[in-house]
Write a protein of this length. Structure first.
Length: 699
């Protein structure tokens, strides 16, 4: 009875804020932020499966903390998808799909919106028909709004319909291509509670009145929901926290959960109500439940490590839909804010000094740089710039005068949201102070490098790190806006120009794991097979700088993988990793590789064997990983465009497999050279990787 009363209260509160009428498949129409709009209330019509919505309001989050729009919505619980076709009947505004935590003007949300016309006052290349991902990841913060036409628009990869999938805390964005198939665009990790509002949204992007028509609207429940409950509001170092992960299947599924606790967290007292579980002391728990129907529970005790915040990056899958982040609680503190450092950041020789972006002192306007919540960011938090205002300041305490280099972990969405102005003690809004970001919608670590003076600051000279000759004592790092939508995770200072930047802030930092053997001992194939860690190759580095680096990931073998940090063209292939091995039995050989390809522009290497010439025509020797675009590692045979069953016929003796960079952010964990050509690469188990089932109990 109490549950029924609670649901009745929710319904009353929901309907009290909008029109009381059902609209098609949706519970109600609601005006958000339009209480002072002279054109309100918004109108909506439903006829024959088509919805026509007035577009009212100044914006959905553009350079403001306030959303103003017309919303036709229902509440949904668990995992689901929503899709539609949407087009503007008037040349004003944005219209599309929205998933929203609540009905407040500053709510967390994820939206996929089509532009009716060029968006005013923005740094985009929007045109009629372009679709943009819009999302706010922390209540009261800024909305990511920038985008280029390449994200969508009426083109081969988007002939009209759009779709959002909400699975756990993952929001997956899709457009439909001209063949009628869904084209995956990107995934955002957005902390949301189990029950959310979902529906159709339309804003005018100004003071005018627009109109959008929505057809082919469909909401589809998806079979598996997994959520996490953390009974703390803030990060408390040393605290023992009882955490519960609950899986609920609406139909029979085989559930796989990979729980990943924050770095530095130890795990104990693991218990499951059903299924099998393995775990390691470094905070990785693997839980499988075959034939799950209804609900199953995993619980464990986490002892929190040092820091000011923390993020859980656990994922789940049922083998049908995309692997997604576990829902609900994922970041502490649960109400994130900018946390200025109480002491200057110490910069000293022989160490890497890490500065979290959210520890800034915000100068001038407080609404230009705002908190950005994302479990993929360090500690789950970063900053997003939403407007051309405000500055960030970080006080430095340089222990010894000398030459230092700067590294940053940042994210850019596209060519219009991929730069800041930065300086130490002096900052001018000119090219020498420009810092260019990778614009691949991924968190990316890069050096601050010099640029070709005959061009602009984003034309970097790879390997030519910018030098900062800092005096001992007090200095200030200052950051200002250049393009909205650019994001900051952290900065680091080092006096080592060869620092392994992908290991900064991880337990592997400072360890000698570089792929730089000068006289390698060939790996001898035993029984026609050899397993080689990707980091155990020989890095061949050109004079202009390396294009590979080691990165940390607890789901990688030995917790380290190789990342291509610079793309290459066929004319620029004098950088590669060599893997030396010795064949005893001559004959045909193939290679299994474990790779990760986070986007369709970060998904390929060039490959070659011995001194055979690399054939780049028609991408003949291009290896596109497993072909699965997501944020998980996958195992597959190496296949190339020119030879789908890539096979090398090798004589007895020493050979060299060569891996060349082609696209940045393409990742490889390990490879297996084998003459067992009939094996299933998905069934391959690396030597020593079996994790014992430790002390756990069934409820």
């Amino acid at each position: 009875m109490m549950k029924l009363r609670f649901l009745s209260c929710l319904l009353f509160l929901f309907l009290a804020s909008g029109v009381l009428a059902q609209v098609g498949v949706f519970e109600a129409q609601v005006d958000i932020g339009l209480e002072n709009n002279p054109l309100a209330p918004s109108q909506v019509a439903y006829n024959g499966g088509a919805y026509t919505l007035d577009a009212l309001g100044v914006s959905i989050g553009r350079e403001t903390l306030r959303d103003e729009f017309n919303f036709v919505c229902s509440r949904m619980t668990g995992s689901f998808s929503i899709e539609c076709d949407v087009f503007a009947t008037q040349a004003d505004g944005l219209g599309g799909l929205m998933i929203r935590q609540d009905l407040d003007v500053d709510s967390v949300h994820a939206s996929y919106l089509r532009a009716a016309d060029t968006i005013p006052g923005s740094n985009t290349d929007a045109a009629n028909g372009t679709v943009f991902p819009y999302f706010r990841t922390a209540k009261g913060s800024g909305t990511n709004v920038d985008g280029d036409v390449g994200v969508g628009g009426y083109a081969a990869n988007n002939t009209g319909p759009i779709k959002l999938e909400r699975i756990g805390n993952s929001i997956h964005f899709y457009t439909m291509n001209d063949a009628g198939a869904w084209n995956y665009v990107q995934t955002e990790a957005i902390p949301l509670s189990e029950t959310v509002y979902v529906g159709l949204a339309a804003t005018a992007n100004g003071g005018e009145l627009g109109e959008f028509e929505f057809t082919d609207v469909a909401i589809t429940p998806l079979p598996l929901w997994v959520k996490r409950s953390i009974p703390l509001e803030n990060w408390t170092p040393g605290a023992n926290v009882e955490i519960t992960v609950t899986a609920h299947a609406s139909e029979t599924v085989d559930a796989v959960v990979n729980e990943l606790t924050p770095i530095g967290t130890s795990v104990s007292n693991v218990r499951v109500s059903q299924g099998e579980v393995t775990f390691t002391q470094n905070g990785v728990i693997d839980w499988t439940v075959d034939g799950l129907t209804g609900e199953a529970t995993l619980s464990y005790t986490a002892t929190l490590g040092n820091g000011i915040s923390g993020a859980w990056q656990g994922t789940f899958s049922e083998g049908i839909n995309r692997t997604s982040y576990i829902g609900e609680d994922s970041i502490l503190p649960k109400v994130p804010v900018v946390m200025p450092a109480s002491e200057p950041f110490v910069i000293a020789p022989g160490t890497v000094s890490l500065i979290e972006a959210e520890q800034a002192q915000i100068l001038d306007d407080q609404t230009g740089f705002l908190i950005y919540a994302d479990p993929r960011a360090s500690g789950g938090l970063g900053l997003i710039n939403i407007a051309n205002r405000g500055s960030l300041e970080y006080e430095l305490n340089v222990q010894r005068a000398g030459t230092y280099y700067m590294i940053a972990r940042t994210r850019g969405e596209d060519g219009n949201s991929d730069s800041f102005y930065m300086g130490i003690d002096i900052l001018e809004r000119t090219d020498p102070y420009g810092f260019g970001l990778a614009n691949n919608r991924q968190w990316t670590i890069r050096w601050w490098e010099n640029y070709d003076p005959a061009q602009r600051f984003w034309n970097l000279i790879a390997g030519d790190h910018k030098e900062f000759n800092l005096p001992a004592g007090r200095s200030f790092l200052v950051v200002q806006n250049r393009e909205t939508g650019a994001k900051l995770d952290w900065f680091a200072f080092t006096d080592n120009p060869n620092e392994q930047i992908g290991l900064i802030g991880t337990p592997k930092q400072g360890q000698v794991l570089a792929i730089n053997q000068t006289n390698p001992t060939p790996v001898k194939l035993v029984g026609g097979e050899a397993f080689i860690e990707a980091e155990n190759g020989v890095l061949v580095t050109p004079t202009f700088g390396g294009h590979f680096s080691l990165f940390y990931d607890r789901n990688a073998s030995e917790e380290v993988y190789v990342n291509s940090i610079g793309g290459a063209t066929p004319a620029n292939l004098n950088h590669h990793i060599d893997y030396h091995f010795e064949v005893v039995e001559p004959g045909p050989y193939r290679i299994i590789a474990r790779t990760r390809t986070p986007s369709d522009s970060d998904d390929s290497f060039w490959v070659g064997m011995d001194d055979e010439p690399l054939i780049s025509d028609n991408n003949f020797d291009r290896f596109q990983g497993s072909g699965i675009i997501d944020n998980s590692f996958h195992t597959s045979w190496i296949r190339t465009d020119g030879e789908p069953d890539k096979t090398w016929f090798l004589d007895a003796g020493v050979h060299v497999f060569r891996l060349y960079g082609r696209e940045d952010n393409t990742q490889i964990d390990w490879l297996v050279i084998t003459n067992k050509l009939d094996q299933d690469p998905l069934a391959y188990v690396p030597p020593g990787s079996e994790v014992p089932v430790l002390d756990f109990m069934l409820y």
